[in-house]
Structure formats: C-alpha cells, structure tokens
Design a protein around this ligand. Structure first.
Ligand code: PBG
Length: 322
C-alpha cells in the first residue's frame, strides 16, 4: 500500500493535535447571561436551567466577580421586575431593576463589560415585546420605548446596548436617541437575526416573559428562512449596528456561517436556554457527557464563524479553558 496522503499523521498525539487545531475557545469569547431580580440574598434556581439563577443585585455582584475570577469578562443582563404593566414602564425607569443592577456592577466590578439586553417582554404584563393594540404588536410606537430604554441603560453605565425585540427599524431608532443623548460612543449589538424559536422555552420561565396570548411569529423570524436573515442583517448594518447577533446558535450554524461570510462586522451567536437545558438534561440522565458536549457545541458555534458566544455555560466552562 503506497498511501501518500495520511491525515492521521497529524492526529497521533495530543501535542500534534493541539498544534494543528483550527478553532480554540477562550473565556474572552464568552458573554455570560444573567437574570437580576428584586430583593436581597436571592439566588433562585430556574427549574429547567440547572446552574442558572434569578439573582438579587447583591448576589449578581458576587456571581459576576466569581465569573471574572475564571476569566469571563462580559455579561449580558436581563431584568426580572416585580411590577409589570402594559407599556413595560420598568424597562425604562431610572430606578428599574436593570438600571440599578448596571449601576451596582459598574461600581463594584468596574472592568466587567456590561451589555444590556433591550426588550420589553420581561416588563410587560402581556409578555409581548412591544405595545399592543387590538391584539397586534405595534411597530413604531414600540420604537420610542426601546430608544428610551436604551438611553436609561446607557445612563446607568451600560457598555453595549443589545436590542432583541425584532421591531423594524429598532437599530436606527436606538442609535438616533443614544446619539442625541451624548452616547454616540456606545455600541449596538443587534439581535439582527432572531428566529421565533421553541428553544427559548426555559428563558421564558427564567424571565417570566412568556406571551400571555398568541406568539411571537409576527415579529421574530420563520426558522425556515435564510435569505431573509441576510436581509435583516443588511438592514441593521445600514442602520448602524456594530455587532450582528444570530440566535439561537447550534440549530442555525448555516446562518452564522452565511452572516460571517457576507458581513465584516463582528458576529455574535446566542446559545439559548433550550440548547443549554437539553445538554444539562441529557447529562443528568447520564446519556451524554455534559461537559464534552457543551464544549463541542461551543466549538462548533465558533468554527461556524461566531466571534462572540453568549452562553449560560460561561462561568462553568471558562475555568476548563485556562
Ligand atoms: C427577548 C429575549 C428572549 C431571549 C433573549 N432575549 C426571549 C424571547 O424572545 O422570547 C431568549 C434567550 C434564551 O432562550 O436563552 N427579550
């Protein structure tokens, strides 16, 4: 047998494999999503997301410091307010739970990069991401509230604003209002491509944000579409997005790859709650090796083209990557 090409030569030892490895995960790639709630000393585990908690501000600070200790530098915050109303007014209240949490983090752990998720669904009593009239989510009136929310988040000290509600024109509306308020230096990480996904189930338990009627199919994207994803990303680029985010991640690796190839902005991918829950659940049953599968999923997301990965595994796995 005279085989000249033998790819196995480069797989013989761990050292050789490490030398030729194309994709490497680092804790610096990760953004750690956290849920902040009212109270003190609260650390309430989410049933469908073992290892993920609703945290009061004091506990949030501890969690972020612990994550920093293993190399996680960035977090994204979701507020879980006590009071909700039709207009989601706690989303843009100066003393809203998210605004207070941002201030606390900026005071206690200055170097941490704090990203503010910008949406209304956690703050509205109907659980939709915008203003409702006759059972419809209105686009343009919602934009004003998102822009107001963005300014209040920037005033509290947020380093990046991450609008996630999929209204048309949200990047432009937020950019304009941030600029007018003296926050032209604050980047927007747009959830440019966000699918109407069943994988968000556990998040809605964590954020108590399930829609009380209907669904999000009228504003989030149809999972069957990929050309439409390019159109969404294009529009957000034109409106001044600084980072493009694709969500969910693993079921949409083709989309991550396509966005990577077509646009030169940094690409982020969100490994969402359902992706996390599946790995945790199968791990608990002893059906898969949880850590191995988690690392493999995250590596695949990076290999597909993501520069930044939002993942609930951030703290747990960062220590493994050192
Ligand atoms: C909306 C938002 C959602 C997620 C992040 N931002 C939920 C939704 O659209 O219903 C889901 C994230 C996850 O599932 O981990 N504010």
């Amino acid at each position: 047998m005279n085989l000249i090409e033998r790819p196995r030569r480069l797989r013989r030892t761990g050292t050789i494999r490490a030398l030729v490895r194309e994709t490497r995960l680092s804790p610096e790639d990760f953004v750690y999503p956290l849920f902040v709630c009212e109270g003190e000393g609260v650390r309430r585990e989410i049933g469908s997301m073992p290892g993920v908690f609703n945290l009061s501000i004091d506990e949030l600070v501890k969690e972020v410091e612990a994550a920093r200790g293993v190399g996680v530098q960035s977090v994204i915050l979701f507020g879980v307010p006590d009071q909700k109303d039709a207009a989601g007014s706690q989303a843009y209240a100066e003393d809203g739970i998210t605004q207070r949490a941002i201030r606390a983090l900026k005071r206690e752990t200055k170097e941490t990069l704090v990203i503010a998720d910008n949406c209304l669904c956690e703050y509205t009593d109907h659980g939709h991401c915008g203003v409702i009239e006759d059972g419809e989510v209105l686009n343009d009136p919602t934009l004003d509230l998102l822009a107001r929310t963005a300014v209040s988040q920037a005033e509290a000290g947020a380093d990046i604003i991450a609008p996630s509600n999929m209204m048309d024109g949200f990047v432009a509306a937020i950019r304009e209002e941030l600029d007018e308020s003296g926050f032209e230096h604050i980047p927007i990480m747009s959830y440019a491509v966000k699918y109407a996904s069943g994988f968000y189930g556990p998040f809605r338990e964590a954020a108590q944000s399930a829609p009380q009627f209907g669904d999000r199919l009228g504003y989030q994207m149809d999972p069957a579409n990929s050309r439409e994803a390019m159109r969404e990303a294009e529009l957000d680029c034109e409106q001044g997005a600084d980072i493009l985010l694709v969500k969910p991640a693993l079921p949409y690796l083709d989309i991550i790859r396509a966005v990577r190839e077509r646009f030169d902005l940094p690409v982020a991918a969100y490994q969402v709650s359902g992706e996390y829950a599946m790995i945790k659940a199968a791990g608990r049953l002893g059906w898969i090796d949880e850590e191995r599968v988690a690392l493999e999923s995250l590596t695949s997301i990076k290999r597909a083209g993501a520069d930044i990965i939002l993942t609930y595994f951030a703290r747990e796995l960062a220590g493994r990557l050192a």
